[in-house]
Design a protein around this ligand. Structure first.
Ligand SMILES: CC(C)(COP(=O)(O)OP(=O)(O)OC[C@H]1O[C@@H](n2cnc3c(N)ncnc32)[C@H](O)[C@@H]1OP(=O)(O)O)[C@@H](O)C(=O)NCCC(=O)NCCS
Length: 136
């Protein structure tokens, strides 16, 4: 089940995010949860949040900021489900994102779902290049 993040579930999302990035807490402003263009959806399996996707939804474009699946649940199609959810809710819109050139899992996921490389941002992640990908 995929649903919008609520204030009750913020701690679960933070826990997942902090596993990947020690600075995660400073990256998101949860005071304006799901207001304006910022939206976070969580994926619930067996009553636990095992993944989330954070997007910025503009009128004609969506930016995927982050998609995360808990390590124990990877390679089971859950990341795909989260991205497909966003695609299906935004039919007709261009979807863009940045991903590290080193992140083979995420690049594989986005390629599988029809995203294509449109640009490289040199040194974007602490000296590591980012690939800008788009799906139309
Ligand atoms: C990227 C991530 C969300 C993928 O989630 P996942 O649930 O494991 O992915 P799925 O099982 O849905 O995989 C879908 C497709 O993605 C690709 N893929 C996923 N993991 C992969 C890997 N480790 N290596 C290569 N391709 C991979 C495959 O094409 C896969 O399809 P297949 O299983 O039919 O081969 C997950 O690895 C993750 O949370 N990583 C850490 C956070 C992160 O880097 N997020 C991206 C930020 S831009």
């Amino acid at each position: 089940m995929i649903e919008k993040l609520t204030i009750d579930n913020v701690e679960c999302v933070k826990r997942l995010g902090l596993k990947l990035n020690a600075n995660f807490d400073n990256l998101y402003d949860y005071s304006s949860l799901n207001e304006g263009v910022n939206l976070t959806y969580v994926l619930i399996v067996d009553k636990s949040i095992i993944g989330f996707i954070h997007i910025q939804q503009l009128i004609d474009e969506v930016d995927i900021i982050d998609v995360v699946v808990d390590e124990e649940y990877r390679r089971k199609g859950y990341g795909q489900r989260l991205v497909e959810f966003v695609i299906h809710n935004n039919l007709g819109k261009r979807i863009i994102l940045e991903v590290s050139v080193n992140n083979k899992a995420a690049i594989g996921l986005y390629n599988k779902l029809g995203f294509r490389e449109i640009n490289i941002r040199k040194g974007y992640y602490n000296g590591v290049d980012a690939i800008v990908m788009e799906r139309k």
